[in-house]
Every structure is written in structure tokens, then in C-alpha cells.
Design a protein around this ligand. Sequence first.
Ligand SMILES: [Zn+2]
Length: 380
Amino acid sequence: MGSARWWWNYALNLCNETYKETGKGLSRVALNKVLPKLKKEEETAWLKECYSQVLQSTTLNLTKAFKNFFDKRAKYPRFKSYHGKQSCQYPQNCEVVDKGVKVPQVGVIKASIHRLFEGQLKTVTITKTPTGKYYASLLFDTEQETPEVVQRVKVTGIDLGLKDFCITYNGEKTSKYANPRHLKKHEKNLARKQAKLARKKKGSFSREKARKLVARVHERISNARQDFLHKLSRKIVDDNQVVVVENLNVKGMVRNHNLAKAISDVGWGMFVNFLAYKLEQKGGLLVEIDRFFPSSKTCSNCLYQMSEMSLDIREWTCPSCGTHHDRDENAAKNIRAEGIRQLSVLGTRTAAEGGEVRPKGGRKSILRHSPVSSEAPTSA
Ligand SMILES: [Zn+2]
């Protein structure tokens, strides 16, 4: 892990410096060519001790990070710290053995394996959390093909909120799912432990101990959040074949300070990712509709559009048809209808029209965009 981290930082720095000089970055091949040279130099000869494919995986992940940045899916790649999460990746030649995982050069690492898969073991990623726990994530190729045709399609629209985590509408009824506020529950505890950590002398043993306690609270919050998001996305995907969400710009909204903490806490981006891959597994479809679609200020009954609708208005009555709306419920209905409209534009018929859906392969769907640039949180 140390070697992988060092190489990530070295390669990232090399990309930055090269860009400054030439205006161009470095490709994966170009970066990998640097490795043999480093191994020959006396100062960095210790890189030889690291399994070479681990370093090449690091190169691959760095170039992926750059691609995500240029595609505006992620921030600029950052240097990795010794104190953060550590990881290394074996792209092949690993094996699950009795009570452990066997990786090249290191040998058998004792592990409790939660469940077994049929199929070929591909990538093994080993991580160490800041609290000192080790995890291995195993990627298997099961040679299962993505299910092609789904019949009797149920479509649900989801409005992501703050008061409630989300509101769903499936054509018959709306359901509200409360926001668990993981951070809030642990806030006092976290503040107390952070204050304690700040008082400890740098480099001391007790500081390291205090740092671990803080890291443990963070870990607990993130585990609780993921657990909630996994269970909710599982339930929604089990009940539906098509899920429509708004393509939210979480980053832009987090810039609004009043909302920042609450939004970072709810983990919308992660939720949409969980929905996407779970739907893909069963041949369903995630439809992301444009974030400029006025889902909140359009009447779902008569399509009358209000000119303004500030965030604090929770209920309203349509001046055109007189329907009384719950803000989020109305938005979920509009989102669902817009998703169905977009699918029919693409020639995909849904249950609402008595047809079936033929998804074109999960996340690569042309309907799915990544959140980019900015939008004022008050408008939609
Ligand atoms: Zn109306």
C-alpha cells in the first residue's frame, strides 16, 4: 500500500509538472514506462519489492481519475496522505482459499469471507481504513449476461428532498422515506472527540489514539449511511423496472452553505449510483431527466407552470385547475411523467402505455448524464 500510494503521488506530480512544461498530460503507457527506470535508480529501488501489477493498477486508476475530472464527473485528482484510507489493487492472479485470500508475492492473507461466488476471481482490492481495519473487495466475472427484456414494467419517479430523504410515486401511490440524518445523531460525539484530538501534542502516542477515535465515529456514520442507502435502493429496485430521478447537481447545491451539511449527509449521489447498478443487474433502467426540468413548479394535474416557487413552500394550490399539491409529491409525479415521455421519445414503450421496456445496457444509457456545473437550488 505504501508503494502504491508513493507511486500515485509521484505519477500525479509528474503529470502536473509535464502539463506545466508542455501543456499536455501523460498517458497510462507513458507513466508505466517510468516505472522500470525508477526501479533501476538506487533511491527508488525498493519499488521492486512491490508486485509490478499493483503499481500498474495504480497508474490505471490515476488515468481514470483524470478522465473523470475531464468528463466533469469528479474533482481534480488529489495526493494521497499516509493518514487517509490506504489501498492497493491486484488485477489478476488472486485466489480465494480456505479462510483467506491468496495474492501474488504476499501469499495467503487471513480473511473472513462473507459469501462465495461462482465464476472467475478478477480484481482484488485491499483497503485499510483510518481506524486500522482491513477489507478486501473481490470482483468476480460470473459470465452472466445482463437480462435483456423486462416485461410488465413498473415505473417510479423519485423526488429527492431534504425534509424527507425521498418521495416516490409509482402511478398509484406516493411513499415518503424519512431522512435518517446520520451525521446529526453523531454530531456531539464527533465534536467532543475532535476537540480532544486538537489538544493532543503532535506526534504523540495519545494523539494517534485520539485520531483513531475520531476516525471511528466517521466510519460509523458512513457505514450507517451506506446501510440505509443500500436497503432503500434495494426495495425500490425490487418493486420497479424503471426508476426516474432528477439529474441533480449535488456539487452546486452543496455550495449553498445553509444546505451544505444536510446535503453532504444524505448522500444523494451515492443513492443514484446504487439505484443504477442494482437496476442494471436485473435489466431495469434508470432514467435521469434534465435538472432544468421544472418538476416542483409545474402542476402535475393540468401542467400549469408557476413562475416562482421558493424552497420554503411545502404546499400550494394550482391557480389554473385548483388542485392542492404537496410540493414533493407533485414533483415525484412530474418526474415520473417526464421519464415516461423521454422513454417514448426514444421508442421505448412502458407499462403506462401497455408495452415493454428494452433497456440498452444500464449505466451507458444515453439517458444517464453526470451531474455537472451549477444551478440555483431555489429554482427547480
Ligand atoms: Zn393545475
